[in-house]
Design a protein around this ligand. Sequence first.
Ligand SMILES: NC(=O)c1ccc[n+]([C@@H]2O[C@H](COP(=O)([O-])OP(=O)(O)OC[C@H]3O[C@@H](n4cnc5c(N)ncnc54)[C@H](OP(=O)(O)O)[C@@H]3O)[C@@H](O)[C@H]2O)c1
Length: 281
Amino acid sequence: MARSLSGTYRTALVTGAGSGLGEAFARMLAAEGVRVWGSSRPKTLASGAGRIPPGVAAVALDLADPKGAQEAFARAQAEAGGCFDLVVNNAGYGVFGEFAAADFGSWEADLAATLLTAAGIAHSAYRAMRARDRGTLVNVSSLAAEFPLPYMSGYNVAKAGLSALSASLAFESRQGAVKVIDFRPGDYRTAFNETMKTRSTSFSSTLSGELGAAWRVLERNMAAAPHPSRAASDLRRALLRGRSGVVRSGSLFQARLAPALARIAPAWLVRAAAARYFGAR
Ligand SMILES: NC(=O)c1ccc[n+]([C@@H]2O[C@H](COP(=O)([O-])OP(=O)(O)OC[C@H]3O[C@@H](n4cnc5c(N)ncnc54)[C@H](OP(=O)(O)O)[C@@H]3O)[C@@H](O)[C@H]2O)c1
């Protein structure tokens, strides 16, 4: 008989459940019979623009407001009985542009939201799980943690940081029952690039040179990328396996071949291949 996640997880929170990967994760978990809470930003919920799936309890949470995000998490956690069995720390966004041209205050604020507030949610979730010696924390990082994306320095730092956090927690909890999964998606067809355009002050539809070439590759990859339901299937499989560790998810090339080749190729060759892949001369 096929196993169901509800045998292990009665409650789950998915951040960023109103769109893309988070929406697919929340749908998958609800379909498995798990009681799911899903977050969107307060302004998205107020405008009715988000797509928190039916049957999922909406939580208003903005990564740009660390204190408010902690309070929203604590309220949802109390509703769930004091500890979620599963937290999928998924909400996030990217910014496109040259580091040298960025306003450092904005760069820092984006990093604070996407790494530090996300780490704060991980801390609250993980601490409650450790106290009960039960539960699974999934930090949604990115293959960008191992193959940095062009002109997305803040995003690359945030995802490398989240992956390092997952590795640290997996080590600290290795003797107990709490599991920590570093989930690294490759490209998936979501609103990610559209959101990135609106968040990038230097973005223009007429980007030229290497910046323009890199943007066109990001757009082309996004258009050809798999549907988020595939990431949800990969997450489901990882949760059924019930082990801590890194889970790569995406196309055969991005999630399997490139990481395997990068393990055996010299670093200079990996860097040169990545530059070529992103259209640099
Ligand atoms: N798509 C990809 O190719 C890809 C690849 C690797 C990793 N990822 C990661 O996967 C996660 C989900 O991205 P996605 O592709 O599904 O993008 P998406 O469709 O744009 O969804 C992003 C979600 O994050 C939420 N979010 C964005 N900014 C937020 C903020 N300041 N505070 C709280 N929530 C915020 C959004 O909330 P609203 O509902 O309010 O808009 C939305 O629900 C991100 O962490 C992303 O870095 C994506």
